[in-house]
Design a protein around this ligand. Sequence first.
Ligand code: NAD
Ligand code: GLY
Length: 377
Amino acid sequence: MALTYTATATATIAVDVAGAPYEVRIAPGLINELGHAVRPFVRRNSVPVVTDEHVAAQWRARVDQTLSAAGLTGHWLVLPPGEATKSWTFLAEVVDFLIAAEIERRDVVIALGGGVIGDLVGFAASMVKRGCGFIQVPTTLLAQVDSSVGGKTAINTSAGKNLVGAFHQPVLVLADPATLDTLPSREVRAGYAEVVKYGLIDDADFFAWCEQNGPALIAGDMAARTTAIARSVAAKARIVAADERETTGVRALLNLGHTFGHALEAQTGFSDRLIHGEGVALGMVLAARFSVRQGLMHGQDAERIAAHLHSVGLRSSIATLDLGCDGRRLADHMLHDKKMDAGTLPFLLMRGIGQTFLARDVDLGDVAAFLDDELAR
Ligand code: NAD
Ligand code: GLY
């Protein structure tokens, strides 16, 4: 593959977590310099790299080339793509691979891929030798703006998504927006929902930036992608530094749209009918409209959010999803949400764009009635 981008427009963001601060570097072309970037973290010439088949097909040769230029060799484990890989089976496979590679605590493994690979490899790294290092090289927009930063790692079990995991921070994150050139556009759109999320949480100016630049970003504009990733990571780094383990409620703001979204994903069987970011987009619209119904926010703000997501090709209504259920059934899915706290479900609601807050007094009966109306909209 030709070297199309050079790493000129760079951003470096510090994630200031206690005891183990680390950097997120963002630049188009950064993947070409991966070898030199990881060199200071590596103590042996052979470096374990875990990825999935889709990413390997597009980027393995490039990564081998840059590792070799830095005097390193990639020792690869290539896993099947897809959410099902975040499982006990593949966790064991990654752990066995790292132990066979004789990884030590101060060594690193590179997680090259989207949120599935990052979550799985990060979790394996949290347990091998009671915790070894890992470097995130996120290759989806979702992973570059969200999952590669902040140290949440997990697998899914038969009881639900992300139910088993650990907080384990990476030692370095290298995000190259140019790797998104090979990402299917549906995945780019889905990841974009998480970008918009940061504007809705507490940055109305960034939401306005998204309205101006979102369509160009989706179409492939590298400057827009780089800016969006840098602003998103800066927001996430600030939130994670304030509440690394989600104990004070600050980090919980990152779950905006996720409670409604999770119910929609559950109803569609966590399948390709609705991928995670698409669920989050719809979930944010529902959180906004529910906030309007509760008298918290102006209707025009909620419709502005829906219009923007719709303008970039994301669904903004659940009426056409063909869910085959009523509002009560969707609300019931929420009872299994891992955010349940002493029998109540905290909801992220809005007083306006950029004014998200955690509400602990939401009545699920009201949510069910609201969802009935949305299904009939
Ligand atoms: P993913 O990792 O499954 O990637 C999506 C698809 O894109 C896969 O088919 C993958 O093979 C392919 N792909 C990845 N990079 C590519 C590239 N550059 N070119 C071509 N194809 C590429 O999905 P995702 O959306 O990145 O991540 C979803 C996961 O992230 C979920 O499991 C979710 O729970 C998790 N998540 C974790 C956090 C966190 O804080 N840890 C936050 C949000 C989401
Ligand atoms: N994506 C939610 C979090 O990192 O807390």
